[in-house]
Design a protein around this ligand. Sequence first.
Ligand code: HEC
Length: 123
Amino acid sequence: MANKYHIPVAMMALTLFACGEKKSEPAPVAAAAVSGEAVYNEKGCVTCHGPQGKGDGPAGAALKPKPRNFADAKWKNGTDLASVIKTIENGIPGTGMAPYKGALTDEEIKAVAEYVRKLGNKS
Ligand code: HEC
């Protein structure tokens, strides 16, 4: 009795599996998560804020105020994720910190915000 259903069920499963595989084949890699580290190093943050986020990048040396050292306990606009995202979106008027809204995608801004908080050991 069990045999009667065994084969058709196995075949159905195979068919479903084959269909699923075909569908997923052309799926692009676009779903991959954005790397905050890559954004930081490739979009210029590193040139001012430095490789470890200590505010010692060459492009920031002559700036007043100096680029934020992310290890500083206090940041002008706060260190929680939402505040850091806002800072990166809007920049800090009157300083070298430019607004990045539009220049970076929302995903890139969030990822790099998380990355600079990590560099500064902010939890
Ligand atoms: C041209 C140099 C320069 C570049 C490039 C730059 N920054 Fe800045 N950044 C600064 C300066 C200057 C400040 C301001 C420090 C101050 O106001 O005391 C600052 C401040 C910040 C702060 C603010 C912290 C606070 O005190 O609230 C964050 C966060 C930040 N930058 C992140 C980034 C990220 C992320 C990038 C890249 C997407 C970036 N910065 C690119 C120069 C730069």
